[in-house]
Design a protein around this ligand. Structure first.
Ligand SMILES: Cc1cc2nc3c(=O)[nH]c(=O)nc-3n(C[C@H](O)[C@H](O)[C@H](O)COP(=O)(O)OP(=O)(O)OC[C@H]3O[C@@H](n4cnc5c(N)ncnc54)[C@H](O)[C@@H]3O)c2cc1C
Length: 164
């Protein structure tokens, strides 16, 4: 921890002599997904199902949506209704998770930076991408949701070509 602080010019002067209140610890080998989202008598929601990234606001989106969808399905089941948890819960959640995953991956591989910081900005595309990042990851009327992987890659490549 001291070495990390020393290496950062933003932190060095302010924190190098600070007393540690708790001992720095590392957490290794944690899981970011689970093999089962439901089984007899339970359904998992929020971080307990899948954790994508701490930066993208996907965490709260999925926690709220999965909690809400799961609660309605459980309620229907408890009232004796038919519920297909695989189709109505897992497949539905995975659609949103995979959309967000494209944008998280696109940020770390540079595709999103190319798009965000391009000198040429199309307001319609900007609106569609903002909508995804605001959590509308199930909105199939948005081509940046429906064709997320291809749309982001193609646009980033296009922006790169314009620069060259
Ligand atoms: C540093 C950091 C920054 C983040 N920034 C963002 C962000 O900007 N935007 C965003 O959308 N997401 C962000 N996230 C992710 C987001 O916080 C989580 O995805 C979200 O809070 C998950 O909600 P949850 O209800 O599933 O779990 P949690 O919010 O973790 O709630 C689980 C609760 O269960 C309690 N608990 C655990 N074990 C037990 C037990 N045995 N008995 C009783 N209670 C128990 C815990 O104390 C906790 O209160 C961030 C996460 C981190 C770590």
């Amino acid at each position: 921890m001291r070495a990390l602080i020393r290496d950062s010019r933003y932190l060095r002067d302010r924190f190098i002599d600070q007393e540690m209140v708790i001992e720095p610890r590392t957490i290794e080998g944690y899981a970011i997904t689970s093999t089962k989202f439901f089984d007899k008598g339970y359904v998992t929601v929020g971080n307990a199902t899948e954790f994508l990234d701490p930066v993208f606001s996907s965490g709260v989106t999925f926690a709220m949506e999965s909690g809400s969808v799961a609660a309605k399905l459980v309620s229907r089941k408890l009232k004796g209704g038919e519920v297909d948890f695989q189709k109505e819960y897992v497949d539905y959640m995975m659609r949103g998770i995979n959309t967000f995953r494209t944008y998280v991956t696109g940020w770390y591989n540079g595709d999103l930076q190319e798009i965000f910081f391009s000198k040429v900005q199309d307001p319609k595309i900007k609106k569609q991408i903002c909508s995804v990042l605001a959590g509308y990851v199930w909105d199939d009327t948005n081509p940046f949701v429906k064709q997320h992987a291809r749309a982001v890659k193609t646009l980033a490549d296009h922006v790169r070509m314009q620069k060259d």
